[in-house]
Design a protein around this ligand. Structure first.
Ligand SMILES: C[S@@+](CC[C@H](N)C(=O)[O-])C[C@H]1O[C@@H](n2cnc3c(N)ncnc32)[C@H](O)[C@@H]1O
Length: 410
């Protein structure tokens, strides 16, 4: 047995200002489908664009010292850089309990937890639920160096399966890395403490994301990493960083992020409109559909991590017809431009009495006017707060702005 029970290791709480060190790294730019050489050539000649400047916080007050430090992430759509503005905008509605209905990385929940709220982190994807469990619900359990080392070492005499190595050859990682993944994913089950397992999973998932071109699992494009060409772009060293080193770094980041909030917080995994309980505030940051109708299917972009979450069931869930071996697709109204308005309507009707807050883009489907009208069907007052141009990590869209809608009755 490698993983221990949830022995509680109390860490002295660090007070840190929300600072630029917490900003996510500069995005890797997506490209279209091309042969290895032409893509690499394009990357070689492309002038490095300056990362979008961090938006200025619009808070009048000086930054407040907050406990913990949220780990770096390259997850798509993270609100990490907008947290000060979101918190300042919601301050007049600030009460005790908050549901973060589309939790993603947990960045927003984490900030709510830092603000002393009773947070319910929710996300439908199994991989994200584990992030919420590790960083939001967990108050003090850390993964020790010994536990980490034990997990990463093979168990003597144990025969490991070869599912990832056999199924994902030449798709995302090298053969050697795939075999390593088969082993450490199998040994995740040795953790008897859910929080330790969640921290280990969090670190493994972040390591996988960091080693992927574009930080996604949307294409078979290992060749971008392995092509023997002279390179002038900088991500190769991150892609080639050995898995154990990357995992160690993310375990460190997770360990130092863990703190006990003023109120108890939980992580759950439901459809956003079906989270049990009642909440003073429901914050929703759903997947966004652009006005061209392009949606973001998170289950598709991160299917490999969801496979890892349920290793034994992975073969049954695999779409064998897809070149990049994604999981079988499940229909979602949040990725369907014909159904997304109804999904918002259902969501707004699901939490009577709660203040509703929705993050969306000004050029999306539905439009902000439509969204506002939808919210007015459920709440007496609706406020629309535009942020100003803000560009997401990994996005090339510079023409839309971030908007926060708030609906309330009194
Ligand atoms: C824009 S991201 C949220 C990002 C998050 N605010 C952050 O800062 O990391 C949208 C999230 O919604 C989740 N999601 C998609 N459909 C969902 C559903 N029906 N119910 C709950 N979560 C869902 C996705 O897994 C994704 O993590």
């Amino acid at each position: 047995m490698k993983g221990g029970f949830c022995t509680l290791k109390r860490k002295s709480q660090t007070l840190s200002l929300f600072s630029s060190e917490q900003l996510p790294p500069a995005p890797e730019k997506p490209s279209s489908k091309k042969k290895a050489q032409s893509v690499v050539r394009k990357l070689k000649t492309k002038k490095k664009k300056k990362a979008a400047p961090a938006p200025k916080a619009k808070m009048a007050d000086a930054p407040v010292a907050l406990p913990g430090r949220f780990p770096q992430t390259r997850y798509r759509g993270s609100k990490l850089r907008l947290l000060d503005w979101i918190v300042a905008t919601l301050a007049p509605f600030w009460t005790e309990s908050v549901l973060d209905a589309f939790g993603g990385t947990g960045a927003v929940s984490y900030r709510f937890k830092q603000e002393g709220k009773a947070v319910t982190y929710n996300d439908l994807l199994p991989c994200n639920f584990q992030f919420g469990r590790a960083l939001i619900e967990n108050t003090q359990v850390q993964l020790s160096d010994k536990e980490l080392t034990d997990w990463l070492l093979p168990t003597e005499g144990k025969t490991y399966p070869t599912w990832i190595k056999d199924t994902f050859a030449d798709i995302y990682f090298t053969d050697e890395e795939n075999a390593w993944l088969d082993r450490v994913v199998t040994d995740l089950n040795d953790f008897t403490c859910d929080y330790k397992k969640a921290i280990a999973f969090f670190a493994l998932a972040q390591a996988c994301i960091s080693k992927r071109p574009f930080n996604l699992f949307h294409r078979k494009n290992l060749y971008l990493r392995t092509s023997a060409v002279e390179r002038t772009f900088g991500n190769k060293s991150t892609w080639d960083r050995p898995f154990p080193d990357a995992v160690r770094r993310f375990v460190d980041e997770a360990n130092q992020a863990i703190f006990s909030g003023a109120k108890s917080c939980v992580a759950v995994q439901h459809d956003a409109a079906e989270v049990p309980g009642s909440f003073d505030l429901v914050y929703a940051d759903p997947p966004y559909i652009s006005k061209k109708g392009t949606s973001t299917d998170y289950a598709d972009l991160y299917h490999f991590l969801n496979g890892i979450c349920d290793y034994d069931a992975w073969p049954k869930q695999l779409d064998h017809k897809s070149k990049h071996r994604r999981l079988l697709r499940q229909a979602s109204p949040w990725t369907d431009k014909q159904k997304i308005s109804d999904a918002f309507d259902t969501l707004f009707g699901a939490y009577p009495g709660s203040v509703l807050a929705v993050s969306y883009r000004s050029d999306g489907i539905p439009s902000i006017d439509e969204l506002s009208a939808l919210m007015k069907r459920h709440r007496a007052h609706v406020e629309v707060h535009p942020y100003g141009a803000y560009q997401y990590a990994l996005s090339t869209n510079k023409s839309s702005e971030e908007v926060l809608l708030v609906g309330y009755d009194k």
